[in-house]
Design a protein around this ligand. Sequence first.
Ligand code: KG4
Ligand code: ZN
Length: 333
Amino acid sequence: MYILAFESSCDETACAVVEMSEDTRQIKSNIIASQVDIHALYGGVVPEIASRAHIEAISKITYEALEVAGVTLDDIGAIAVTQGPGLIGALLVGVSFAKALAFARGIPLVPVDHIKGHVAANYLCHKELKPPFLALVMSGGHTSFFDVKSYTDFEEIASTQDDAAGECFDKIGRVMGLPYPGGSAMDKLSHKGNPQAIPFPSPAISKDTLNFSFSGLKTAVINYLNTKKQKGEEICREDVCASATHAIVEAVKQKVEMALKKTGYNTIVLAGGVSANSHIRAGIDEVCQKHGASFFAPDLSLCGDNGAMIGAQGYYEFLDGKRADETLNAFPS
Ligand code: KG4
Ligand code: ZN
């Protein structure tokens, strides 16, 4: 069946058509209208501007998604939409648009959790992947381990106690004057730096839990940068990026190793915007090879927010009988 899917939780307005069945998981179109350039002026997402930009983009990208897929609304078996978490005003644009379209055309409407959508990006890239497995979701707003018991049944078994990994990358990047969002710029710069140059604190808070804490690392790096600036000393941005990334990668490796032992799973799935990080991917791959576990991460084009991942998850929610009517509301958290 064809699913038309909408994603508008943050700063990308996205619409996709995916074709899903028991043995098909195919992206027919995946259109993203990014607002990154607009928010870059402010060094972060401005919620009010995001909502307005979603309104301006959503009709146009819907036509485009249908056209690129070579289908019409008559071919669509279900409409999937991100219900949350995310920015409330931004979410409401996608939810309202999807509700109106579903109601007007009598198409079943399926609400989708954004985090589950990120995990589902992996189904589109790895046809053999099936739950159960262990998922690590690392995005701008979340860093959590999930026991993925089935396509729709997730149990969060650990999370960050404060900032998310992406937030940590972005805030450090902003203080260093890197282009917004800082995560991908730091990824590139850190390849040219020395990961051992500066001993930053680990975001792996304690050896007994799978939880993370990124605020201590973020503060330590920002303090380091401010102290250097006050003293008028040169900052080697490459070394700062490499050392901060090293602290994150070592913590992720430690927690993934612990999670594999604790849960007994031998498949780990990485998801979310931060899953594009080359060092984190390589680090988890190394741990999985050591333990004979399988490791899956989305293609780079599907790591960030997109509609196809919402369509893929929407299909499994649809099979589970999940439906919404015109009273559907967005939930920010
Ligand atoms: O999942 P996502 O697109 O949006 C949310 O749901 O939050 O994640 C965005 C986050 C941003 O913090 C961004 O800096 C980060 O993903 N990111 C990266 C990389 N590419 C994007 N972080 C580290 N390394 C990257 N290569
Ligand atoms: Zn996301």
